[in-house]
Ligand binder design. Structure first.
Ligand SMILES: Nc1nc2c(ncn2[C@@H]2O[C@H](COP(=O)(O)OP(=O)(O)OP(=O)(O)O)[C@@H](O)[C@H]2O)c(=O)[nH]1
Ligand SMILES: [Mg+2]
Length: 619
């Protein structure tokens, strides 16, 4: 054992996908990395610290799950590079924790045997023993430990203290030095391991039940081509309905709080630049976005619950044929679905796609999936222009329109994929692991939602706030000339810019106020809503200042303009962060530039058509 207490060993968590590595990592380090019930959640290496009872600091590495140390996908390659010491940013780990799923030992032990070939100090952590117990799987730990010649412990990564035995075993490991040489894996005889695994299983494990019987029964419906698809569509539809109907009360509360606050400032502060900055720039701008928090929380509630339930890979399986027909790999499903939250994690999780061309296609269409930053834009315009009424007896019309916008994104993504599809592409069968169904873990769900709220509110309080202050200055100076006929913003720097841009955007129905908002909206979509809030509160005459954005735009835009702007946001690549992730993941400027060009092109085209068709029919 190492006696130097200043030495902080680097321990890597390695194992199959979805066995609970990240859940263990979070438990050990107090981190809040994403945990979900499907393979390929973690696609990056993440490091954290754990301080042992002796005061020793351990560095813990969480890695993407891998089926073998011979990597085939980009995420697996990261794991391989780290554990063999080839990763550029660090030396080989001092010890490994091989995490295996107690209900899937056959696969887990295989990778354990492979990892043994690396000759590093190692512990086997048998995770999910709670599930194994409920299925009467019995594992003889002593025998297993002897057979593998390494310490074997049980863990329950989702339970308090569920990591205790692992921690104790780590303290006992004979860790030598942190200067292990890189390892060459080229001639490891990994293929012969399966018979060894079988022998060990026979000797150490009784009652290997593959899956719980009710999960098969559920699958018969969920994977059924007709019932399954109907269920899938119904589920998606429910989400959109919920986003509108459940959010109403909390939105009203936030709205009236923001309004009340604006009025308070208006009444108590002396008239002047500072008061205008606070009411128009800060409250009018950031407040306009904050109102959409409840809808985002509801959307994420569904996304997180679905992610933890085990449903997603099944939906991928269900839609595989459909996706295959436009040339997408079924593996693209989860990255694309993640893009509904945000294109950035979606694009990163394309690392689980083996074929580089499939991966690139998926990256290129990911921004067409409606990310949660579009929700404020859509919700604002829908609430202002679409009547709140029930159609067909039970559907909220606003929810239906929202659903159509999401569908428009999906269908155009499919069209683009089809366009990019190589000729005579032969499709592969989809090899996807179907995890056990699981009730979403409430703690996880709560933490996940909290994380979302934090991100959203932080964005409102930092980048959006800063941009709105800047925009307020640009929109307020220089002031209006004498006997001005327009509000002062019309004559300001931002106003000039907006009016110049209007030349380009007038054919698709955008006025100069919208054009102003589009510019800061390049940083991120919801910024456009904040900007509209600022621009419109500055465009107000008289005492309407406290009015929130929605009634203002309802008065000043025509319906064709509103529809055209909705169409614009289905396509427009208004997110710098996404473009920079594409640059990073594809390692070139080429693809982000192509993406920028093609999405702006589509956005303009779609808005043009929408605007003119709407003008024709609606006058
Ligand atoms: N019941 C139970 N569930 C667990 C346990 N450990 C993890 N889970 C659940 O298993 C699922 C997968 O956990 P993750 O930590 O994301 O798995 P991972 O190994 O990091 O997966 P990848 O990042 O995809 O390789 C999640 O739904 C967890 O909540 C456990 O000990 N018991
Ligand atoms: Mg993980």
């Amino acid at each position: 054992m190492h006696t130097d207490s200043t030495f902080s060993p680097l321990v890597a968590l390695v194992g199959n996908p979805n066995c609970g590595k990240t859940a263990l990592f979070n438990r050990l380090t107090g981190a809040r990395q994403k945990v979900a019930n499907f393979a390929g959640v973690t696609v990056e290496r993440k490091i954290g610290r754990y301080i042992g009872q002796t005061g020793r600091v351990w560095q813990i590495l969480d890695l993407p799950g891998t089926y073998s140390i011979n990597a085939s996908t980009p995420d697996e390659q990261i794991t391989q590079a780290v554990i063999t010491g080839k990763h550029p940013s660090e030396t080989i780990p001092d010890a490994l924790v091989c995490v295996v799923d107690a209900t899937n030992l056959r696969r887990g032990l295989r990778i354990a045997l492979e990892l043994k070939l690396l000759n590093l100090p190692m512990v086997l952590a048998i995770n999910m023993v709670d599930v194994a117990q409920s299925r009467q799987i019995k594992i003889d730990l002593d025998a297993l430990s002897k057979a593998l010649d390494m310490p074997v412990v049980e863990t329950i990564a989702v339970r308090t203290q569920g990591e205790a035995k692992l921690v104790a075993a780590l303290e006992q490991l004979p860790i030598k030095s942190s200067k292990n040489p890189a390892i060459d894996l080229s001639d490891t005889p990994v293929l012969e391991l399966q018979s060894q695994v079988n022998a060990i299983l026979d000797a150490c494990v009784t009652n290997v039940v593959p899956a719980s019987p009710w999960s098969e029964k559920i699958d018969r419906i969920i994977l059924h081509p007709i019932w399954g698809t109907a269920l899938f569509l119904g589920l998606m539809f429910l989400v959109f309905q919920a986003v509108f109907s459940w959010a109403q009360v909390p939105m009203d509360i936030i709205k009236s709080t923001v309004e009340g606050f604006g009025e308070l400032v208006q009444e108590t502060m002396p008239e002047g630049v500072l008061r205008d900055l606070i009411t128009q720039g800060i409250i009018g701008g950031s407040g306009a976005v904050l109102v959409f928090l409840p809808q985002i929380v509801i959307l994420f509630f569904f996304i997180l619950a679905l992610e933890d339930s085990g449903y997603l890979p099944r939906a991928a399986f269900l839609l595989d044929r459909l996706m295959g027909s436009v040339g997408l790999s079924g593996r693209a499903f989860i990255p694309l679905l993640s893009s509904f939250a945000c294109a950035i994690p979606g694009i990163m999780s394309t690392r689980t796609i083996q074929n580089p061309r499939d991966r690139l296609t998926t990256i290129m269409i990911a921004p067409l999936m409606t990310c949660s930053a579009r929700l404020p834009v859509y919700a604002l315009i829908i609430a202002a222009f679409i009547q709140e009424k029930t159609v067909l007896g039970f559907l909220s019309l606003q929810g239906v329109v929202l659903f159509i916008l999401y569908l428009a994104g999906i269908l155009s993504a499919m069209a683009v994929a089809w366009f990019l599809k190589p000729k005579n592409k032969n499709t592969h069968a989809l090899l996807l692991e179907l995890p056990d169904y699981r009730w979403p873990n409430l703690r996880n769900l709560g933490l996940g939602l909290w994380e979302r709220i934090r991100i959203f509110v932080t964005r409102v309080g930092t980048i959006i706030l800063a941009l709105m202050i800047l925009l307020w200055f640009l929109s307020s100076f220089p002031g209006a000339p004498e006997n001005a006929t327009h509000p002062a913003i019309y004559y300001s720097i931002a106003g000039l810019l907006g009016r110049a841009l209007e030349v380009v955007f007038a054919p698709i129905g955008f006025n100069w106020q919208i054009c102003i908002a589009l510019v800061p909206g390049m940083a991120a979509r919801e910024v456009a809503v904040a900007a509209l809030g600022t621009v419109y509160s500055l465009s107000q005459h008289g005492d309407n200042l406290a009015d929130t954005l929605q009634p203002l735009i309802a008065q000043s835009w025509s319906l064709p303009t509103a529809l055209s702007l909705l169409a614009w946001f289905v396509f427009a690549p208004q997110c710098i962060a996404t473009l920079s992730v594409v640059k990073r993941e594809t390692n070139s400027w080429r693809y982000p530039l192509i993406m920028l060009g093609y999405l702006f092109g589509l956005a303009y085209l779609a808005s043009f058509i929408t605007y003119h068709v709407a003008l024709y029919f609606l006058g």
